[in-house]
Design a protein around this ligand. Structure first.
Ligand SMILES: NC(=O)c1ccc[n+]([C@@H]2O[C@H](COP(=O)([O-])OP(=O)(O)OC[C@H]3O[C@@H](n4cnc5c(N)ncnc54)[C@H](OP(=O)(O)O)[C@@H]3O)[C@@H](O)[C@H]2O)c1
Length: 279
C-alpha cells in the first residue's frame, strides 16, 4: 500500500512537534513537517530515511503556503492528511485587548487555517480522498473570561470546519476538529501575548491572567499522548472519524456539562422559539 502523506503546520514545539515526531516513527507514513524556522526541526533527523520533508512555512504568507504544498506534492505525489495545528493565544479582558495583536491572532488561527486548507483541497478533490484535522480548543465550545478574542478565533474554526465537513463529505474528504483542554506546550507561555492592564475595574482579571501564566508547562495534558490518539483516529478509525475529538479530562467534562446545560435551556425555550414562526 502507498505511504500516507501527512502535512503538519507549526511543528517547532507543542502538539505539532509531538505529532511530527510520532508520525516520523510510523511505517507507511510520509511527513511534511512545516515551521517558520526549519532549523528547529533537527529532532526529526534521527528518524529520516527519505520520508520526511522539512519545509519553511509561515501560515500568514500565501506564497510560502503554495510553495510548501507544491514541494509536498512534488516529493510525495499527494497530501492525505492536513493538520492545521499552528496557532496562538491572547490573554486580556475584552476592553483592554490590543487590536493589532488580536488581529494577528485572527490571521494565524483563522486565515492561516483557511488559506492552508484552500491550497490543499484541490489535491484532495483530485485524489477523491483526504482528511483535514483542524486544531480548535475546548475554548472553541466554551468561554472563559480574559480569552474572548481567542474564543472568537476558535469558535470560527468550529463553524468553518463543521460547514466544510458537509461540503466535502461526498468528495471523499473528512474533517476532524481537535478540542484540547490544557496541554504542556508553549501555548500559555511564549505563544500567548498578555494585554497590558489599563482599567482598575478589571484588576481581578489581571491577577487571574498572571496566576494562569504560572501554570504554563504544568498542564494536565501530554502532547505526546495527544499525537498518538490523533494518529490512531485518522489511521485506524477513519470510517467513524468523529467531527469533534475532545482531548483531556477537562475538555470532555466541560463539553458534556455545557451541552447538557444548553440542551435543557433549548428544550425549555422550544415552544417560545416555535411561536415566532409565521402562522
Ligand atoms: N496547549 C494547549 O493547552 C492548547 C489547548 C487548546 C488548543 N490548543 C491549540 O493547539 C495548537 C498548537 O499549539 P500548542 O499548544 O502546540 O502551542 P505551541 O507549543 O506554542 O505551538 C504553536 C505552534 O504554532 C506555530 N506558529 C505560530 N504562528 C505561526 C505562523 N504564523 N505560521 C506558522 N506557524 C506558526 C509556532 O511556531 P513558532 O515556533 O515559529 O512560534 C508553534 O510551532 C494551537 O492551534 C492552539 O491554539 C492548545
Amino acid at each position: 500500500m502507498a505511504n500516507k502523506t501527512w502535512f503538519v503546520t507549526g511543528t517547532s514545539t507543542g502538539f505539532g512537534h509531538s505529532l511530527a515526531a510520532y508520525l516520523a516513527q510510523q511505517t507507511g507514513v510520509n511527513v511534511v513537517a512545516t515551521a517558520r524556522h526549519t532549523d528547529q526541526l533537527g529532532y526529526l533527523d534521527q528518524y529520516d530515511h527519505g520520508q520526511i520533508l522539512k519545509q519553511t512555512l509561515d501560515v500568514t504568507k500565501k506564497d510560502e503556503i503554495n510553495d510548501a504544498v507544491k514541494a509536498a506534492t512534488d516529493k510525495f505525489g499527494g497530501i492525505d492528511v492536513l493538520v492545521n495545528n499552528a496557532g496562538l493565544g491572547y490573554f486580556g479582558t475584552f476592553e483592554e485587548s490590543d487590536r493589532q495583536s488580536v488581529q494577528y491572532m485572527f490571521d494565524v488561527n483563522i486565515w492561516g487555517l483557511v488559506d492552508m486548507t484552500r491550497a490543499v483541497l484541490p489535491t484532495m478533490r483530485r485524489q477523491k480522498a483526504g482528511t483535514i484535522v483542524n486544531f480548535s480548543s475546548i475554548g472553541g465550545l466554551y468561554s472563559f473570561p480574559t480569552l474572548s478574542f481567542y474564543h472568537g478565533t476558535k469558535y470560527a474554526v468550529e463553524g468553518i470546519s463543521e460547514s466544510l465537513a458537509k461540503e466535502v463529505k461526498d468528495l471523499g474528504i473528512k474533517v476532524m476538529i481537535i478540542e484540547p483542554s490544557g496541554f504542556r506546550t508553549d501555548w500559555a507561555g511564549r505563544s500567548s501575548k498578555k494585554a497590558l492592564p489599563q482599567i482598575d475595574d478589571y484588576k481581578p482579571f489581571t491577577d487571574f491572567i498572571e496566576e494562569n501564566a504560572k501554570g504554563a508547562h504544568h498542564e494536565a495534558g501530554d502532547p505526546d499522548k495527544a499525537a498518538q490518539i490523533i494518529f490512531d483516529q485518522v489511521a485506524n478509525h477513519a470510517a467513524e472519524l468523529p467531527l469533534r475529538l475532545p482531548l483531556g479530562q477537562f475538555s470532555s467534562d466541560t463539553a458534556i456539562k455545557k451541552y447538557e446545560h444548553d440542551l435543557k435551556a433549548f428544550k425549555r425555550l422550544a415552544a417560545i422559539s416555535a411561536s415566532a414562526d409565521q402562522k
